[in-house]
Design a protein around this ligand. Structure first.
Ligand code: PHE
Length: 450
């Protein structure tokens, strides 16, 4: 079956879209609270190391696989496996990635829903003068109400699928071209605000004065998992975006820009958030409630707090939206490229399936709070941990092994087109350092599970 395949209009739209995929709840909601929970600066250091040694090389690998195959991840890996005389079964790696993406979106959309509801709350001035008890009550009230959560989860899913249904150029490209520049503009306003009313030096100290004694194995484990999550690696999003990329773009350069933008944005947002948290003598280790529970108290005490809070949650919503789009694109590309089903129908059906799984996540915050799936984790925690600590790193490991040990070096180099020595550096990182790092973390994980 031959299909006309879309392509990004130019290298910038590819970079905006991939940065849009990378920059998401992972940067704004997860990274800052993980820093708080894992002891601050030590975690930041380990995280940066993971981005550099594992994230960047593997992002290059995913883009190169996508661009060489010019297909969705499942058929793409199959094509490359045939080219490399390797087993066709490698294609299931693409399939595993698609399922991982759908599982992530089913909880991502619920959290995206929290964000949407907070935009409204911020704009109507609900945070003004709020103290700790009120803020906790406010957040808990949201979590305790399945109908409200379901409503916002539905809105978020409709927004996401609405963009995906329109296709690569009129949907994904257009949304990212508007939302990502808007997101950076809001970030600048927030930073300026936070510098003038927050306690930047306390925030800086918290995030950047390293205390190596706090680097625990668990911190390393979550930093590595989060590097995958934050760069959207290990499940095919970056691969499918790479498959729409023109031949003449330097993969290494694009990757470095995208990874830098993603990491910097996460760190800057963290700085802005902690500056406000410390200026109001609040605790940095609130966990998942950091931006929903702790931050509103700070906004409520500060000049123009409601306006800034509205801008902040709008930024988070834009970031989450552009990531959510990339979570479904691999599967949609697979359906469209293999069947006669139209993109619109495929998105509707897939959207419904994810929406249904998402309902169980909604209930895991209230009615089914005590329902546990594995290791005493509820539905939300199971999906979160299963995807970011296991499925994404596993996908990344297999992708690295496939490209490094099964594909011909000359084919890989044809796509990467690097100088001889930089190609050697990539080989070292992709074939040796990244796999050893991931396997090491897995071994540790098995040890603590036993
Ligand atoms: N990178 C996104 C974030 O940081 C999440 C994501 C993971 C998106 C995997 C696509 C694929 O929020």
């Amino acid at each position: 079956m031959t299909h006309h395949r879309s392509a990004w209009r130019n290298r910038w739209t590819f970079m905006l879209a991939t940065a849009g995929s990378a920059i998401g709840l992972g940067n704004i909601w997860k990274l800052p609270y993980m820093i708080g929970v894992n002891g601050g600066s030590a975690f930041v250091l380990v995280f940066i190391g993971c981005i550099f040694f594992v994230g960047i090389p593997l992002m290059m690998t995913e883009i190169l696989l996508g661009r060489r195959a010019q297909k969705n991840p499942l058929n793409g890996i199959e094509t490359l496996a045939i080219e490399a005389n390797a087993s066709r079964h490698w294609k299931y790696l693409g399939g595993m990635g698609m399922i991982t993406g759908l599982l992530i979106l089913s909880f991502y959309s619920v959290i995206g829903g929290w964000v949407l509801s907070f935009i409204g709350a911020a704009a109507s001035g609900n945070f003004v003068g709020m103290d700790g008890t009120q803020s906790t009550a406010n957040f808990n009230q949201l979590l305790a109400s399945p109908l409200t959560l379901l409503f916002w989860h539905t809105v978020f899913m409709i927004m996401t699928m609405g963009v995906v249904a329109r296709g690569v150029n009129s949907g994904l490209e257009k949304a990212n071209n508007i939302l990502i520049p808007a997101l950076f503009a809001i970030l600048l306003i927030l930073l300026g605000y936070s510098m003038s009313v927050g306690d930047m030096s306390a925030s800086f100290r918290f995030m950047f004065s390293p205390d190596f004694s706090k680097i625990t194995p668990v911190a390393v484990l979550s930093a590595l998992g989060h590097a995958f999550f934050s760069l959207s690696l290990g499940m095919g999003s970056v691969m499918v975006y790479g498959s729409y990329l023109q031949r003449d773009v330097s993969i290494a350069r694009a990757t470095i820009y995208i990874a830098l933008a993603d990491t910097l944005l996460g760190l800057l947002i963290g700085l802005a958030i902690y500056a406000l948290v410390f200026a109001n003598q609040l605790a940095p280790n609130a966990g998942p409630g950091l931006i929903f529970q702790t931050l509103p108290i700070a906004f409520g005490q500060m000049p123009s707090g409601s306006l800034i809070a509205t801008l902040f949650f709008t930024l988070v919503a834009f970031a989450a939206w552009t990531s959510a789009i990339s979570l479904v694109e691999p599967t949609i590309a697979w359906v469209v490229e293999n069947t006669e089903i139209s993109r619109k129908v495929a998105t509707t059906i897939l959207g419904l399936i994810i929406w249904l799984i998402g309902i169980s996540v909604v209930f895991s915050f209230n009615e089914w709070q005590n329902v546990t799936i594995i290791f005493g984790l509820n539905i939300f925690d199971t999906l979160d941990k299963l995807t970011s600590t296991i499925l994404l790193p596993l996908g990344g490991l297999l992708i690295a092994i496939f490209a490094g040990y099964f594909m011909k070096n000359s084919h890989v180099q044809e796509e990467l087109n690097l100088h001889q020595w930089s190609f050697k550096v990539w080989v070292l990182m992709n074939n040796v350092i990244a796999p050893i790092g991931i396997i090491g973390v897995f071994l540790y994980l098995f040890k603590i599970i036993q």
